[in-house]
Design a protein around this ligand. Structure first.
Ligand code: C5P
Length: 222
C-alpha cells in the first residue's frame, strides 16, 4: 500500500482528535484536525461581524482566508491569516456556534477541497464528521467513534477542570447534544457513519485501548 489514509469520524467530544493524533504519531502520518478549520472560520466571522447564517458572506470570508495547520513543539497549531488562533477557537463562544457555520454547502465545498489538498505522500489521519463520506471516500481505513453523551461530557468536564477552566457538567451535556443534533440533521454532508466504516465504541475504553483497536484495523488492511 502506498499512501495510507485514515478517516476518523464521530460525534462531538468523542475523543477523536486525541486518538487521531496518537495514531498518526505511531504510524508516522500527518494529522489533520478538520474541526479546527471550521472553528477558525467561525472565530473569524464572529470577530468580523459576519452572520453565521449568511452562507454567501461566510463562503466569501473563507475564500479570503489563509488557514494553515502547522506542527510546532507544543503540538499542532492553527494559523488564521498568519495568527495563531489555536486557543481562541476552543472557547465556548466558538464551540456553541461552529455547527451553524458548518451547515452551509458553499462553506463545506471550499473546506473539503482544502482538506483534500492536505493529503500528500506521507499519508494522513484526518478527523471530523464527513471524512469517510465526503473528504476521503476512498480512505484505506474508516473509523466511526462513538460514546454515550454522559461519558463524553464527563471526559470533557474532567479535561476542563484539569486545565483550570470553568466547567459545568450539565451545560456540557446540553452543548454536546445540541451540536450532534445540528451536525446530524443538516442537509449537506451530515454526520453519518460511512457504510464501510468500523464502529469503535469508546465508552468504557482508555485512549490507549482505542488507539490499539484502530491500529489493529489498520494492520488487518495492510
Ligand atoms: O471536531 P470538532 O468538535 O472540533 O468540530 C467542531 C465542529 O465543526 C463540529 O461540531 C461540526 O459542526 C464542524 N465540523 C464539520 N465537519 C468536519 C469537522 C467539523 O462540520 N469534518
Amino acid at each position: 500500500m502506498d499512501t495510507m489514509t485514515i478517516a476518523i469520524d464521530g460525534p462531538a467530544a468523542a475523543g477523536k482528535s486525541t486518538v487521531a493524533k496518537r495514531v498518526a504519531e505511531k504510524l508516522s502520518l500527518i494529522y489533520v484536525d478538520t474541526g479546527a478549520m471550521y472553528r477558525a472560520l467561525t472565530w473569524k466571522a464572529l470577530n468580523n461581524g459576519v452572520s453565521l447564517e449568511d452562507e454567501y458572506a461566510l463562503a466569501h470570508l473563507l475564500r479570503d482566508t489563509d488557514l494553515q495547520l502547522v506542527q510546532r513543539e507544543n503540538g499542532q497549531r492553527v494559523l488564521l491569516d498568519g495568527e495563531d488562533v489555536s486557543d481562541d477557537i476552543r472557547t465556548s463562544d466558538v464551540t456553541n456556534q461552529v455547527s451553524i457555520a458548518s451547515k452551509h454547502k458553499d462553506v463545506r465545498e471550499e473546506m473539503v477541497s482544502r482538506q483534500q489538498e492536505l493529503v500528500n505522500q506521507q499519508g494522513v489521519v484526518m478527523d471530523g464528521r464527513d471524512i469517510g463520506t465526503h473528504v476521503l471516500p476512498n480512505a484505506d481505513v474508516k473509523i466511526f467513534m462513538i460514546a454515550s453523551v454522559d461519558e463524553r461530557a464527563e471526559r470533557r468536564h474532567k479535561e476542563n477542570q484539569s486545565k483550570g477552566y470553568d466547567s459545568n457538567l450539565e451545560d456540557l451535556k446540553e452543548e454536546i447534544r445540541r451540536r450532534d443534533e445540528i451536525d446530524s440533521n443538516r442537509e449537506v454532508a451530515p454526520l453519518v457513519k460511512a457504510d464501510d466504516a468500523v464502529i469503535v465504541d469508546t465508552t468504557s475504553l482508555t485512549i490507549e485501548e482505542v488507539v490499539a483497536q484502530i491500529i489493529k484495523v489498520v494492520n488487518e488492511k495492510k
